[in-house]
Design a protein around this ligand. Structure first.
Ligand code: NIG
Ligand code: FE
Length: 416
């Protein structure tokens, strides 16, 4: 199939975009792209490709912008219940960490998720996945972390694998048993850390060999934060996971700096996420490393706070910056990467081009998939969007709506 007459064909061609290079869109005006068997065969001008492939089935982009599907590099997609009451409490003056310390927060979602039936968990997660896809996300990372004991963590993982199998949204899973200390281990953080390292991770390897359907091992992630896992516990979990062959991620510096970013770089993590309170020294370390920084501007926005990832400093230091929603019931119930871009431009002063590269090729890199998705280049998966507008900048200029008209996933067109 030949998609032609795109006002802007945004190829995002080339490697992930470091530092000040961020925002290299590779635009072909009046562009076209040839897709066969779910893969991209060629990009070029409409004139050239219509001449070269006159017999090919055609899809007219009608003078609208065409671009790679969004990659959401950080979500907590699978949970039960909601936390609307906590949102109200926060607006009345309680902080996120105060609510968490009093047994609310992540713990309340853990309670709801542990007691949810599989079908109900699947149903509510599928609704969110469909909403993401309708807003242009063609691949998402998604974490467990609302079980905090093996069976519920694996039940969450099972939902993720099942929804990935159903499609069309492609799901890259992450194991986040180290999201919080479960109530039954209160005061025994080291015991729970030991349990993760010695029981849960080996059990996950065994489970994956039966249920993983040939997928690569999931990421292992840790919430390195005061009130969650300290630096030493984070090191134990991540280094154990690494020795078992898992790729790594870490939540760092969301509220306080514990040194998690430097540790993640040392261990070769694929990304550090949040990175709000990251120190100047660690920003330089990130800039020299291959570890991506996934910024989650919906989280401070969702918490009605004003501290965002220091994007400009990270770009000056040559870091690889990506964006994601952080979709979760506590801080950021947002399924829409277009809103993330709009917010990133305003709160972190990214340009629309930088925000788009951070939401496609760099986000793909942050989840270890930049060889397969994130740009429109020959050999990559045919994951792309036809907008309802001619100019990609409207994705960030406007906000709160949906400018995605057609989503193409592995060459299949939605709505069909
Ligand atoms: O990334 N920080 C930890 N995890 C989530 C919040 C999860 C929750 O509150 O349920 C985050 O912001
Ligand atoms: Fe998170």
């Amino acid at each position: 199939m030949l998609i032609h007459s795109a006002s802007q064909l945004i190829t995002m061609a080339g490697p992930p975009q470091r530092g000040r290079e961020l925002g290299r869109l590779g635009i072909i005006p009046n562009g076209a792209v040839l897709i066969r068997d779910g893969l991209i065969v060629e990009t070029g001008t409409t004139l050239a490709l219509l001449n070269k492939y006159p017999e090919e089935e055609r899809l007219d982009a009608n003078g609208k912008a065409v671009l790679p599907g969004f990659v959401d590099a950080h979500t907590h997609l699978v949970w039960a219940g909601d936390r609307a009451a906590e949102f109200e409490m926060r607006l009345q003056g309680k902080s996120y960490m105060e609510i968490m310390a009093a047994g609310g927060g992540i713990a309340s979602t853990v309670k709801a998720t542990r007691s949810a039936e599989h079908e109900s968990l699947l149903h509510h997660t599928r609704e969110r996945a469909q909403n993401m896809f309708a807003h242009g996300t063609t691949t998402t990372e998604a974490k467990t972390g609302y079980g905090l004991e093996l069976n519920t963590e694996l039940a969450q993982m099972e939902v993720l694998l099942q929804l990935d199998h159903e499609g069309p949204l492609e799901i890259v899973p992450t194991f986040l048993a180290a999201h919080a200390i479960p109530a039954e281990c209160a005061g025994r953080e080291d015991d729970y850390t030991f349990l993760i390292c010695n029981d849960m991770l080996p059990a996950l390897i065994e489970w994956w060999s039966r249920k993983g359907a040939g997928h690569p091992l999931p990421f292992v992630d840790v919430f390195c934060e005061k009130g969650a896992f300290n630096l030493e516990q984070t090191r134990k979990i991540l280094s154990t996971a690494k020795a078992l062959g898992f790729p790594l991620k870490a939540h760092v510096d969301e509220f306080e700096n514990l040194g998690g970013a430097a540790l993640a770089c040392e261990l070769g993590a694929a990304s550090v996420d949040h990175a709000v309170k990251t120190s100047a020294v660690e920003i330089q370390t990130l800039g020299r490393s291959d570890t991506a920084v996934v910024s989650l501007p919906c989280t401070p926005f969702g918490l009605a706070e004003s501290h965002f990832t220091p994007a400009k400093d990270l770009l000056d230091a040559d870091a690889i910056l990506a964006l994601a929603t952080d979709l979760n019931p506590g801080t950021a119930w947002c399924e829409n990467m277009q809103f993330v871009m709009a917010l990133a431009c305003r709160a972190m002063k990214l340009t629309p081009a930088q925000a788009l590269a951070a939401s496609t090729i760099n986000a793909a890199y942050a989840i270890g998939r930049s060889q397969i998705i994130g740009s429109l280049e020959a050999g990559k998966q045919a994951d792309m969007l036809i907008l309802t507008v001619e100019d990609y900048r409207h994705l960030a200029y406007r906000f709160g709506g949906n400018l995605v008209g057609t989503v193409i996933k592995k060459g299949n067109i939605f709505p069909q």
